[in-house]
Write a protein of this length. Structure first.
Length: 536
């Protein structure tokens, strides 16, 4: 039998009903919160991690992609802040392949597919032309957007109405706006390529009538660039290609000798881009040739010869005197006239030189020391000898077509190269970058949280309820007679000592001993009252 001092009044009922109303409400709220937290943790662990599928999409593309993903049963969601479409991480590549097979995303705008739609009955010719122009603009924008550095593009075409009068015809014009990725720019070659592509897609559109600007409003095509500047740019590119060609030839022939990293070459080409035209006409008097010849010959004999004073008397026919044909004494007269046209050897030549002739080549080659292995197995670097440099110089001259008459020069030297610093190896992927680690971690974390709720929250609460439910109703409140006013509310509880020890028995026993030691008179009075009551 133990004597325990208590400060609260314990109702004779057991378990949950023995608690106060406030504690009952708190206990029920805690249990409900624990169940809700456990359900949320399980739901969170089962929810897959989402990754970005596409961003910066037009509304039409977003709707088409959402419908396609929904029909394929691929889980997705839309970021409310950026509008990007997110899909489960394990379905990212599968979703992209499926969308690519359907031609999504289309990159904004519309193309020739709008012509496949039903135009309706009674559409005017003006609307048909407007739809075709809009479809053409969309196709050009898609083509430009396919470039690596271009994120998006818009094309505007100004195509005037054609007329039968040639003098009244107007040329079409086009403007292109490109939206570039952050930190990217278009070089001059790419801008010219875009202009040529747009001009080749529209009849009668010239390259000079195509304007290209970027998203910041900067003009990329300069209308003030003269043809001379364009020619200079072309000449510079030709010179650079020619120099690179010679450098590759030099390094290609020397790499097997000194190693690929043991040779550096530079070539400077002086090119004559002067365009000349020459027409020459020459004659060779030593080679005359008859072009045409005309000969006239006349012979007269005897009386057929006319003589005397010209007039009617001299032209009378001769007498009947016959002249013998064999008479050699008869007078003979002959006349020969010849006209010859001679043509001299004439040469007309027209020579046009397109330029690009090499006037001079300047070649510089630097060779590294050759490497060898000594007796100890160590790698040593030895300079090249004069004979080796001479042979290499001859190889370089043969490789580039050296011409001393035009002033070509070759300079080959030997110098020790600075060894490049060793590149640090790429760091191995960390454990946190392991695929699927985050999903597995979510499962483990969820299990730990559920374990804590069960054994750290619910189990102590249920244990406390079970302990209070086993408290016997044999507790008696005794009010001391003649006690001090401050001790009137003190209560003593008596627990039977027979049978199995109750939970907290040791604590109650220690408390009773402490009370008996501090105030033995009060304990004796309580025991006397119990004895008197039991005896009565």
């Amino acid at each position: 039998m133990a004597l325990v001092k208590t400060d609260d009044v314990v109702h004779p009922s057991r378990g949950f009903n023995g608690l106060s109303l406030l504690r009952q409400l708190g206990l029920m709220a805690g249990l409900a919160a624990s169940v809700a937290i456990g359900f949320a943790i399980v739901q969170w662990s089962q929810d897959p991690s989402y990754r970005m599928l596409y961003s910066n999409l037009s509304e039409q593309d977003s709707a088409d992609i959402a419908n396609s993903l929904q029909s394929a049963a691929v889980p997705y969601k839309v970021d409310p802040n950026t509008g990007a479409i997110l899909v489960a991480g394990n379905s990212l590549h599968e979703a992209r392949l499926k969308l690519a097979s359907e031609g999504l995303p289309r990159g904004g705008g519309v193309g020739f597919e709008m012509l496949d739609k039903d135009q309706g009955f009674g559409v005017s010719q003006f609307m048909e032309g407007a739809r075709y122009q809009r479809a053409l603009e969309g196709e050009l924008a898609r083509t430009i957007s396919s470039l690596n550095r271009v994120r998006g593009a818009r094309v505007h075409l100004a195509i005037p109405k054609q007329t039968a009068f040639a003098r009244a015809r107007k040329k079409p014009k086009a403007s292109v706006t490109v939206d570039l990725f952050a930190g990217r720019t278009l070089d001059e070659g790419q801008i010219i390529a875009i202009s040529h592509m747009v001009a080749a897609s529209i009849p009668s559109l010239e390259v000079s009538d195509v304007t290209v600007i970027d998203q910041k409003g900067r003009l990329l095509t300069s209308s003030d660039s003269s043809s001379d500047m364009r020619v200079s740019s072309t000449q510079f590119n030709h010179r650079k290609r020619l120099e690179d060609y010679y450098i590759k030839r030099i390094e290609g022939i020397l790499s097997p000798i000194v190693g690929e990293a043991g040779v550096r070459a530079q070539v400077s080409a002086d090119i004559d881009f002067t365009v000349t035209e020459q027409t020459q006409e020459s004659f060779n008097p030593d080679l005359p040739a008859i072009r045409s010849e005309q000969t006239f010959e006349e012979r007269r004999t005897g009386s057929q010869m006319l003589s005397g004073v010209p007039g009617s008397l001299s032209n009378q026919p001769p007498d009947n005197t016959a002249v013998s044909a064999g008479d050699e004494s008869a007078p003979v007269s002959s006349t020969i006239r010849a006209t010859r046209n001679y043509e001299l050897d004439r040469t007309i030549s027209h020579i046009r030189s397109g330029g690009g002739d090499i006037k001079r080549l300047s070649i510089a080659v630097v060779l590294d020391d050759k490497q060898s292995i000594n007796e100890d197995g160590e790698t040593t670097r030895v300079p090249l000898t004069d004979d080796e440099i001479t042979r290499i110089t001859s190889l370089v001259k043969e490789a580039v077509g050296f011409n001393g008459q035009r002033g070509d020069s070759v300079n080959v030297i030997n110098s020790r190269f600075k060894l490049p610093e060793e590149v640090e190896p790429l760091p191995e992927p960390s454990f946190m970058d392991t695929p699927g680690l985050w999903d597995t971690g979510k499962q483990i974390l969820a299990g730990a949280a559920i374990f804590f709720l069960l054994f750290g929250v619910l189990r102590p609460v249920l244990r406390e309820l079970a302990a209070k439910g086993e408290v016997m109703p044999a507790q008696v409140m005794i009010q001391e007679q003649g006690a001090a006013p401050s001790m009137q509310n003190d209560q003593l509880t008596l627990s039977a000592g027979g049978g199995t020890a109750q939970p907290g028995y040791e604590n109650n026993l220690n408390t009773a001993r402490s009370i008996a030691t501090q105030d033995p008179k009060r304990v004796a009075q309580v025991v006397n009252n119990w004895v008197a009551t039991d005896g009565g």
